[in-house]
Design a protein around this ligand. Structure first.
Ligand SMILES: [Zn+2]
Length: 418
């Protein structure tokens, strides 16, 4: 076996067996679960064994380290590039006692998950059969696998190991960061200050199939809608009561059916009523507003305003208010300021022998937050499929390709200037 493939496999299998689910309980602390320290401390030790410098594991569980550049250049002119992966796994699916099911020389047929007897079907996994004859890793069917994002962790660690033993490969200054709690949206909550972190660009290695580079995320607002009615004793309510509960139901019913999360895909935006909270007097409905174009969020919000006015007309005496909170902006707007972040990634994918696929994520990532804070951070593939599921799987070759992509990307940045 190719030594890079052998190493990334060995690391991956070790890391996925360590339970690192985060917790979405409120006020769970940082990290949200103590078990994430097990992997963070192991990685800290392994970074030390690899001889990295400036190793730091913060009180909040963010592990960072540096591999110095090996190319000549004037002080301050060699770029620092950061590779990021998260150590936690999704809390909604069991992630303890992961038993990886390694299928060598896969026959291209449905796979029986040995812990449950259930099938991982080729019919539901369009590209599974493409790996006929290769090694595919699933779980036993009782847990998730945790390729999200331990495939990313294993790829970065294997890269570092390869670069330290092959000093002839030109490299820029590399910074790595392993973060907790990405799955609960807290991945960047305790990230070091960016001026201190000091990178020209960063990459999360947290994506799916080989070749994918994600440089777009949704732009996101939350529109908090308040419907204010009038409560009266129901026995004497005739022509007096204005029910905010019924008005909310009416409003929800007015929503365009073709503009909901469950009816959109690709580059389409949506309005998503997330919750309904309240009583006859007052109901509050937070709406997620999502679109890839920032300007289009305003259109969605105007459309929603229109529905509020219609609801007021249908319920005389009702008052509707809407306040908009900004969540995040499409990463693309920030990446435009450092176009090399995406272009070099696409070139690295090509050099590693794949067809690059530029993609948009129908969500936000740690990278969207970091990009907004000033560190351009596209997302690169790690190779896993069916994230957050007991049907999670990953082809071994994809993990090897992720390492090769990172080697090429590091090499490409080595010949750039800040
Ligand atoms: Zn992830």
């Amino acid at each position: 076996m190719n030594p890079i493939i052998a190493e990334v496999l060995e690391r991956f299998l070790r890391y996925v067996k360590i339970h690192t689910a985060s917790s979405d309980e409120p006020d769970a602390g940082h990290p949200s679960t103590a078990c994430q320290w097990d992997l963070l401390r192991l990685l800290e030790e392994e970074l030390r064994d690899l001889g990295l410098s400036e190793i730091n594991l913060s009180d909040a569980g963010v592990l960072t380290a540096v591999l110095p550049a090996n190319v000549d250049g004037e002080a301050g002119s060699i770029p620092t590039i950061a590779y990021l992966a998260h150590v936690d796994t999704y809390p909604g699916t069991p992630g303890k006692d992961v038993k990886p099911n390694i299928i060598e020389n896969y026959d291209g047929l449905d796979i029986v998950l040995p812990g449950t007897g259930k099938l991982l079907r080729v019919a539901d996994n369009q590209d599974l059969a493409n790996y006929k004859g290769e090694t595919v890793i699933t779980t036993d069917g009782t847990t998730l696998l945790g390729a999200d994002d331990k495939a990313g962790v294993a790829a970065i660690m294997t890269l570092l190991s390869h670069l330290t033993t092959n000093a002839d490969i030109p490299r820029c200054r590399l910074k790595v960061a392993f973060t907790p709690d990405e799955e609960i949206g807290q991945g960047t909550a305790n990230f070091p200050p960016l001026d201190e972190f000091g990178a020209t660009a960063a990459y999360t290695i947290d994506g799916g199939p080989e070749g994918e580079v994600e440089n777009e995320t949704f732009s996101a607002d939350t529109a908090i809608v308040k419907l204010i009615g009038k409560d009266v004793h129901p026995g004497y309510a005739k022509n007096k009561m204005v029910s905010a509960v019924r008005a909310a139901a009416h409003l929800i019913d007015l929503l365009p059916r073709d503009a909901l999360p469950e009816s959109t895909e690709g580059m389409e935006g949506y309005l998503h009523p997330l919750q309904i909270n309240g009583d006859v007097n007052e109901v509050v409905v937070p709406f997620l507003v999502r679109d890839f174009e920032l300007a289009a969020l305003k259109d969605w919000e105007a459309r929603l305003e229109g529905l509020l006015r219609q609801t007021e007309e249908a319920f005389p005496g009702l008052r509707c208010e809407m306040t908009v909170q900004h969540s995040y902006k499409n990463m693309r707007y920030y990446l435009d300021k450092e176009p090399r972040a995406a272009t070099l990634a696409l070139e690295a994918v090509k050099r590693a022998g794949m067809v690059p696929v530029l993609q948009a994520i129908r969500g936000g990532t740690d990278g969207s937050r970091l990009s907004e804070m000033g560190l351009p951070t596209p997302n690169l593939f790690g190779g896993g499929r069916n994230f957050h599921s007991v049907e999670e799987w990953i082809p071994l070759s994809a993990m090897g390709k992720a390492v090769h992509m990172l080697i090429e990307l590091t090499r490409l940045w080595a010949s750039e200037k800040v």
